[in-house]
Design a protein around this ligand. Structure first.
Ligand code: ACO
Length: 328
């Protein structure tokens, strides 16, 4: 096993105060039932931002992670933000976060990998630490998906939630830290989950707004099949790269999109559900934020502690997927 280059020194999270339950969809004219949503997805409620911006959520999660890591904002060398729903399209969400927390020394940039963004961001940060460009990095997965969700489309609007999760990575001194990472993508499947309007190809216009193509469009069945296949493969790849087996894993934290995707991935990876962290019932799918939120909760609840080995596995639009094994 390789000696880790970087370790997770602290984690944090933030979610909006407003909670929307499955029963609240009736009030906005969506024909659905709690039974349908729970049976197909496992989701019972989600946090939906009313006042909190992406920068607000990211700042709160980041400050919590820095406090636990004993790191001051001025010590950060890099800030990597993973998001598909930034407050504004230019400049990056990372520089807005940098300004909000006062991390004046850092190089700040976003990664675009949708729900796999936390794994991609951590992989890039680990590489920058490895080549000597950084000693201390802040990785944040943050989304306000409610602002890019079509609230008239019942096949997508029941799935998503808002929130942020953050981790501080520091140069490893001992045998704890990131043991392996694996990232892959397949851009030929990009149309299956995308926001067709509002970019350079179809700039905002009355036509874009009329056909609601500024919002997330998804082929749910295809996403489902690909998610199970790719997350199962990613779990095995990270284990092989770290020369570990599923028996060595104390907890698996999969991207929280859907309980059926999580259960199928765990089965393929040969990890019992008793060792799989699930919070999709409380938060829905928070995309890039889902893994760091779950990681922070699992540490806070004592399900993970120093010396624990955790397998993180993600899948998202792109398609992108990836995995990471960390000894805490
Ligand atoms: N309430 C009630 N009925 C609904 C709803 C709803 N919210 N949404 C769709 N339906 C109806 C459809 O209209 C359809 O009705 P019809 O048969 O009369 O046409 C019926 O339910 C079946 O629709 P399907 O889309 O085929 O349902 P499916 O069993 O595929 O479940 C779901 C849909 C839950 C979206 C599933 O495909 C899924 O979980 N896919 C994964 C998607 C995902 O997690 N995406 C997140 C982003 S990517 C990521 O993070 C990994």
């Amino acid at each position: 096993m390789k000696r880790p280059v970087a370790y997770i020194a602290g984690t944090g999270r933030a979610v909006p105060s407003n909670v929307m339950s499955n029963f609240d969809f009736a009030a906005i004219g969506i024909e659905t039932t709690d039974e349908w949503i729970v049976e197909r997805t496992g989701i019972k409620q989600r946090h939906i931002a009313k006042t909190e911006s992406v920068t607000d959520l990211a700042s709160t999660a980041s400050r919590a992670a820095m406090q636990k890591a004993g790191v001051q904002p001025g010590e950060l060398d890099i800030i990597v933000v993973a998001t598909a729903s930034p407050d504004r399209l230019l400049p990056s969400a990372a520089v807005d976060l940098q300004a909000a927390i006062g991390a004046s020394r850092a190089a700040a940039f976003d990664v675009g990998a949708a729900c796999s963004g936390f794994i991609y961001g951590s992989t890039v940060a680990e590489a920058m630490i490895s080549i000597g460009n950084a000693d201390t990095a802040l990785i944040v997965g943050v989304e306000r998906l409610s602002s890019i969700t079509d609230w008239t489309d019942r096949s997508t609007c029941v799935l998503f939630g808002d929130g942020a999760g953050a981790a501080v990575l520091k140069r490893a001194k001992q045998h704890r830290g990131i043991l392996s990472t694996f990232v892959r993508s397949d851009g030929s499947l990009g149309d299956l989950l995308c926001r067709p309007g509002g970019g350079g190809a179809r700039p905002f216009s009355s036509e874009v707004l009329n056909d609601r193509s500024q919002f997330i469009k998804m082929n749910g069945r295809e996403v489902f099949k690909n998610a199970v296949r790719s997350m199962s493969d990613a779990a095995t790849r990270a284990l092989d790269a770290a020369k570990l087996t599923s028996a060595d894993i104390d907890l698996m934290i999969p991207h929280q999109a859907n309980i059926r995707i999580i259960e199928a991935t765990a089965k393929h990876a040969n990890i019992p559900m008793s060792k799989v962290y699930v919070n999709v019932d409380r938060f829905g799918n928070t995309s890039a934020a889902s893994i760091p939120i779950a990681l922070d909760e699992a540490i806070e609840q004592g399900q993970l502690g120093e010396g624990s080995t955790v397998l993180l596995v993600a899948f998202g639009a792109g398609f992108t997927w990836g995995s990471m094994i960390v000894r805490l």
